[in-house]
Every structure is written in C-alpha cells, then in structure tokens.
Design a protein around this ligand. Structure first.
Ligand code: MGD
Ligand code: MGD
Ligand code: SF4
Ligand code: MO
Length: 712
C-alpha cells in the first residue's frame, strides 16, 4: 500500500511543506510539497534526514539511568522516578537556587514542548534558567522589548515586496533564513533583483547569499554597530529621513541625531574596514529606495555590540519610514497570537550569581552557566535539567562547561541522543521524533514573511509506551510539584485539563477563543493538508504596540546608555587587523543543523565540512596551506582543523562552523564520531559577551594560527 503524507518540516525556521511517500510502513521518499502555498515545493538536503533520524539505531528508544557500569536501559516509570528523586533531593538540601534548566533550540520547533515545558519549569522551580537564546537572538528580544514593549514584537523583513534588502550578518541562502521565515529564500532574493530592486550583503565573508546579491560589503567582525550608526547619521545629516510617517506614534524621534552626531562615515571607516564613500552610498541608496528594509541576524547578535546592532537596525527602518509598511519591516498577524499569549519580557530584574549578568525574560545568559556551577559557595548550581540542548558544543568555552557538568550532583536530560552534553546526565529521557507526533508551528508561523498556518498530523504511531516531549514534561511535573495543598491542587487541575486536551486540543481552543478567534477553525486548518495562506503581512501599528504609553520608544534609556561603550571602543580601536593572528567567525553549511544531525550519513559524507576558511594572503602569512592542518588557539583553548583556502574571506578573518567536535568520550553517535570535526566553541570565550544583553559574543574571537602536523 502506497500513501502520501503531507507535513511541515520542523528542522529549521523555513517550515517547508513536505510530501512523504510511504510504502508498507517505510518511507520511500521525502520531497517538497508543491501544493504548499508558502514553500511551493522547496526543500533542502536536510528534509530527507527526518527519515534517518527516525531510523537511526543510535537514537534512544528507552530511558537510560547511570549505574556504576555506565548507562542502563530502564522502564519509563523507573527513569522518571529516579529523575524526580534526584532533582528533589537537591531542592530539599540546597533550595531552588541550586537548580538550573537549559532549554535548547529544538524546543521552539516542537509545539508540545512549547506548550507543556512551562508546567515543568513551574513544578521544578529552578531559579536559574538558561537557553540557546543567549547564544543566538537575545539582542533582538531586548530591542523589541525596549522599543515596542514586547520581546516577541520582532519586525519581519517583507522581502516579497521590498525594493532594497540590506542583509547584515546573515546567510539565508545556506541557513534558509532566520527571524524571517521564508521558504525558498534564494528565489525570493532573486525576485527582488528581477523586479529592479537591490540586495546588499554586509558580511566579513563573501557568502553564498552575497553571491546572489547586487553588492557585498566586507566588514571587520564586531563593528556593525559603527557602520549602522554611520548610516543613520548620514541619512539624518542629509535630511533624507522620513520623520513624519511614524511621528504620531514615536517618542524620541529627535534623539538619534544627537546621539549619533559623532559617528560620521569618516570616523568609522578605518575601524569597520569600509570606505567612507561606500558607507555614504549605502545610506543614500537605502533612503532613496521606495521600500527598503534592513535585517541583521546571527552575525550581528552574537557579537560584543549585539544589543546596539539590533536597536540600530530598528532605528534605520523607523527613521526612513519603513517600519510597518509593505516592503519594509512588518509585524505578523498569526492565528495563534504569541504576542498576546506570552509575557512581554523584562530586563535586569535579577542577575547571575557569579558575574552578575542581567536576566532577560526570566533567563540568565548561558555564557555564565559554567561559572555558576564551578564557583563554590552559597547558591552554587548542583543540579541541571537539559531539554533538547547540547550546550557543550553550542555555548562558549565548551571544555570548561564539560568540567562543570562533570562536577554536578545530578543531571537529567530530555533528549534522544547520548551526545557531548547528555553523556554527563544521570538520567536521559528520550522523546519521540517529529514524525511520530503532530505539529503546529507556534513560533515560525508567527515570524513568517506571510501570514500562514499549517497543521501536520503524525506520520507514524509511536511504539507502545513511548512518550512525546509534552508527555515527559507532564510526567516530570507531576513528580516534582511542591507547595501548599491548595497550590498542588491547582497545579493538578491545570495538568489534568492540559493533558486531556493535548497540544491539538489547546490549539483548537486558541482558534475558537484566543485573541485571533474566528479567523480559522480547527476543522479548516486540519482539512488543509497543504497549509493555509492568510495573505501578506498587514500594517499593525500603533494598535500592536505594548509599551506603557502605546508609542514606539526610539531611544530607550537602557539601550542608549550602552553607546558610551561603543564610543570607547571606537576611540580605542586599532585600525589594523591583528598582525600575528586573525579574528575568528562562524558559519553554517547546508547539510547541518547546529550540532545534532551529524549521525545521518547522507549529511556528513563527502568532503569534511568542519574546515577553517583562510584567505590565501593570510595562509601565506601564517604558513598554513590548503588541505593542511592548522592549530588554532584562543585565550581559552586550542583545536586542530583542516584548512581550506578561500578568497571569499576578508583578509585577517577566518571562519569555522559550529556544532562539530564529536570526538569526546562516551558518545553513542557512531556515524558522527567518524566525522568528528572540532568544536569552535572550544575556542570561543565565555568572558566575551555583549554586556548590554548578556548574549555571548561568539564572533570576532582573536585567535592565533600555526601549521600543525597531519593527524596520524
Ligand atoms: N544549514 C543550516 N541551517 C541553519 C542552521 C544550521 O546549523 N545549519 N541553524 C539554524 C539556526 S538555529 C539559526 S539561528 C539560523 C541562523 O541563520 P543566519 O543568521 O543566516 O546565520 P549564519 O548562516 O551563521 O550567518 C551568519 C553570518 O554572519 C557573518 N558574520 C560573522 N560575524 C559577523 C560580523 O561581525 N558582522 C557581520 N555583518 N557578519 C558577521 C558570518 O560570516 C555569516 O555569514 O540558521 C538556521 N539554519
Ligand atoms: N560558535 C557558535 N556557536 C553557536 C552558534 C554559532 O553560530 N556559532 N549558533 C547558536 C545557535 S543560533 C543556536 S540555536 C544554538 C543551538 O544550541 P543547542 O540548542 O544547545 O544545540 P543543538 O545542536 O540545537 O542541540 C539540540 C539537542 O536537542 C536534541 N533534540 C533534537 N530534537 C529534539 C526534540 O524534538 N526533543 C528533544 N527533547 N530533544 C531534541 C538533539 O539530540 C540535541 O541534543 O547553538 C548556538 N551556538
Ligand atoms: S529548509 Fe529547513 S524547513 Fe526546509 S526542508 Fe530544509 S531543514 Fe526543513
Ligand atoms: Mo539559532
């Protein structure tokens, strides 16, 4: 019996529609769903790996508990009991301050986890929460919170209607886009040019995206805030801004002129490495375009001025009148309204114990997690729950975190692999894979360049007894809830109600009674097996704003205060690149998904992907050669990696992708271990952060490079 199953891919933010041929319970093929109105048949190489993940013999099917002789498979009841008892013991002995949670990236791609993990967080009561947010998009949330009043009011570049797309620090042709859900983004970028528009890429590397753009501007890593300040400065100085369009809903419109008075193109040119004339032309082109939008992603967030960068991106869009209008930066209108359904966020209401880094939205910067574990004394972290995360490979100074995890009293991981992080756990609780459960993208339907909705039914039924992430969260929450009898009773009722509904029942309730009630029924949604197109983004302001006075805050004091740090950097910066080393940045390659899909043979076969890209001039200077090995060292560590000469690199800058380094002991990743690579986060420094947001500064790491012997 052949059948075709339609679903959305949940691996990355592009949420492509898939068409999966199944014969006798086995997947025959996975292709793009041509009838998906949004992705129109687009997929990348990773979609097929959903099958590999489902079939992977290394994927855990039953829970593991650590014993004297290593991990042992046990029943779910036993594993959940051991997990809860271990976490409870720490809570009883040392209080909730000694407990931490790290939530990884796949949680935001998993609606069961999104909906039910909060119950688990409440039941555990851990005071220290960390997530992949602070090695990723935290500066976006900070800027959105301070300027628009809600951490999730993220302006999305309306690339299907723009005439000028300024992309900074993002490589959507490879990453498939981020904070801009746009399946088949390459075609959309080409379409901008075909209709006479312009695409400009600012990146230290002439990327795959730069290759399809009109213009590439090479920038010295970590200096984008200076470039953006100079662009805004120039537009204001030339009187090319559009102060009227948003004037009746914006506070502080006059502020940037004063605040950025000194940031002339000439002042920032030597530090950014970009000619003043080029900066002026960028400003003129942006201001002259009918509809223009700036979008800054990873390369701008994970640097020492991430918060200022995201603020300045918004400022640029606002002063040119491009916020909240077609072809500019727009807010979405999703059927499940995550802005109305979640808290606005908050900043610096408490701080991390050792380094006193600011909280955002209840979470602490993960760059300080190991400090809070290693530093002895009152409030030391002793217990950790990780859910869908691999911080040993994904957060700065992974070796140090490795040591910190080793020293914990107790650790539980919800994950289906024994990897670099979960190998430290006392209990591993493996959920089902996405093909075994239904899916509605709560997050990325809401961050898309069109308003869309798509529900995916499960393809396979899970084996008897298997648990989905949401069921694991519930089962742990049941075992962990404390407090007065009334509190426990209340929590019991909430759990009972949510369990009875399950994710799809909660979705149905949202569609019927939520803030966007009536736009779409659950019947319409589930019947539309290719998804529903709800049209282009619509203007939402000022009604959508969540600030106290209902107006945009163009110059929020918490962010503006950080300009003094930028000024000090500008004044103290060396104009030249480091003479004896290089600045290290990251990159993504098409067949990766952060750290966790390297056990799929088809994604790792062929030439190694974890190579150090070096400009030929630098290679000559440093004595390394194409295909040879280089030892790369930073303040915190050293790795040895193969070199690939690449004239697309800005001289003085080298690039190494993250998510590799599967040569640590005790993993159960047979394929990945044979393609181990090295972890760039053994070089990134936990002390390098954006002190405004607390986000890790993973890019622009000073490194030294010397030739190394080929491995024997
Ligand atoms: N194939 C693949 N796709 C993915 C992922 C993956 O691992 N692999 N991960 C997914 C995830 S979780 C995310 S968040 C998104 C991220 O998606 P993107 O934001 O597109 O991230 P990257 O592809 O890393 O692109 C970042 C770019 O910033 C540049 N850069 C580095 N430092 C600087 C700097 O200081 N200034 C400027 N202007 N540029 C700089 C780098 O050269 C790089 O080209 O990708 C998602 N998609
Ligand atoms: N140097 C450097 N470091 C980076 C980046 C960079 O560009 N440069 N990028 C950063 C970014 S953008 C991100 S998002 C982070 C990612 O950081 P993390 O989220 O910590 O790491 P991942 O590699 O995504 O690991 C995901 C884990 O979840 C498990 N998993 C996958 N699906 C599921 C599921 O459905 N349920 C459960 N329970 N587990 C699941 C996998 O087995 C894996 O262990 O890395 C960051 N680190
Ligand atoms: S681009 Fe992203 S969503 Fe689309 S198939 Fe690839 S991994 Fe899946
Ligand atoms: Mo990410």
């Amino acid at each position: 019996m052949n059948s075709t199953h339609y679903r959305a891919c949940n691996l990355c933010e592009a949420i492509c529609g898939l068409s999966i041929e199944v014969k006798e319970g086995r997947i025959r093929s996975i292709r793009g769903d041509k009838d998906d109105p949004f992705s129109r048949g687009h997929v990348c190489a990773k979609a097929v790996a959903l099958k590999d993940l489902y079939d992977d013999p290394d994927r855990l099917r039953s829970p593991l508990v650590r014993t004297e002789s290593g991990f042992e498979a046990v029943s779910w009841t036993e594993a959940l009991d051991v997990a809860a008892a271990g976490l409870r013991a720490i809570r009883e002995r040392h209080g909730t301050r000694a407990l931490a949670i790290y939530a990884g990236n796949p949680n935001v791609h998993n609606w069961g986890a999104m909906l039910f993990n909060p119950l688990l967080y409440r039941a555990l009561g851990a005071r220290n929460r960390y997530s992949a947010t602070s090695v990723d998009q935290l500066p976006h949330h900070l800027a959105a919170w301070a300027m628009f009043g809600h951490q999730l009011l993220l302006p999305i570049p309306d690339i299907d209607r723009t005439d000028y797309f300024l992309v900074l620090g993002s490589n959507p042709v490879v990453s498939n886009g981020s904070l801009m859900t746009a399946p088949d983004v390459t075609r959309r970028l080409r379409a901008i040019r075909e209709r006479g528009g312009r695409v400009v890429v600012v990146d230290p590397r002439r990327t795959e995206t730069a290759a399809v753009a009109d213009q590439h501007v090479a920038i010295r890593p970590g200096t984008d805030a200076l470039l953006l300040a100079a662009i805004v400065h120039t537009i204001l100085a030339d009187g090319r801004d559009d102060p009227d369009r948003l004037a009746d809903m914006t506070d502080g419109l006059g502020a940037p002129r004063k605040l950025l008075a000194d940031y002339t193109p000439e002042a920032v040119a030597p530090v950014t490495g970009i000619d003043a004339a080029v900066i002026r032309a960028l400003a003129q082109d942006f201001a002259a375009a009918d509809r223009a939008v700036a979008h800054g992603r990873m390369g701008l967030s994970v640097q020492a001025f991430g918060g200022l960068c995201q603020w300045l991106v918004n400022v640029l869009n606002i002063i040119t009148g491009n916020l909240d209008r077609p072809g500019g930066a727009m807010f979405t209108t999703p059927v499940v309204d995550i802005v109305e359904n979640t808290g606005p966020g908050g900043y610096a209401r408490f701080a991390s114990r050792v380094r006193e880094l600011p909280e955002f939205g209840g979470e602490l910067p993960v760059a300080s997690m190991a400090d809070d574990m290693l530093d002895e004394g009152d409030g030391q972290l002793r217990g950790l729950l990780t859910i869908a995360g691999n911080p040993v490979l994904s957060t700065p100074n992974g070796q140090r975190l490795d040591r910190a995890l080793d020293g914990l009293d107790f650790m539980v991981s919800v994950d289906f692999y024994v990897n670099e992080t979960t190998r430290h756990a006392d209990v591993i609780l493996p959920p089902t894979t996405s093909l075994e459960h239904d899916h509605y993208d709560l997050v990325f339907n809401a961050l898309a360049i069109r308003n869309t909705a798509r529900y995916s039914p499960p393809l396979f039924s899970p084996p008897a007894g298997a648990l989905h992430d949401w069921q694991i969260a519930l089962a742990l929450a049941e075992r962990l809830h404390d407090g007065s009898a009334t509190e426990r009773a209340k929590a019991w009722i909430t759990r009972w109600w949510m369990k009875r509904k399950g994710p799809v029942g909660l979705l149905a309730t949202q569609l019927r009674k939520g803030p966007q009630a009536g736009r779409l029924t659950i019947e319409q949604l589930t019947a539309a097996s290719h998804g529903v197109d709800l049209g282009p983004l619509l203007p939402r302001l000022p009604a959508r704003l969540k600030t106290a006075n209902g107006r945009i805050q163009l110059a929020p004091p918490v962010i503006v205060a950080d300009l003094s740090r930028l000024r000090a950097f500008l004044d103290g910066a060396d104009d030249a690149m480091p003479a004896d080393g290089a600045l290290l940045i990251g990159r993504r390659t098409p067949r990766t998904n952060n750290s966790w899909m390297h056990n799929a043979r088809r994604l790792v076969k062929g030439k190694p992907q974890c190579t150090l890209l070096v400009h030929p001039d630098d290679a000559a200077r440093l004595g390394v050669s194409d295909g040879g090995q280089a030892a790369v060292s930073s303040r915190v560590g050293e790795v040895v990696v193969p070199v690939s000469l690449d004239p697309a690199m800005m001289p003085g800058v080298v690039s190494l992708p993250h998510g590799w380094g599967h040569d640590r002991a005790g993993l159960r990743l047979a394929v990945a271990a044979g393609h181990a690579g090295a972890s760039v986060n053994d070089l990134t420094d936990h002390q390098r952060i954006d002190s405004l947001s607390g986000n890790a500064a993973l890019n622009g790491v000073p490194v030294r490079i010397r030739p190394a012997l080929d491995p024997v």
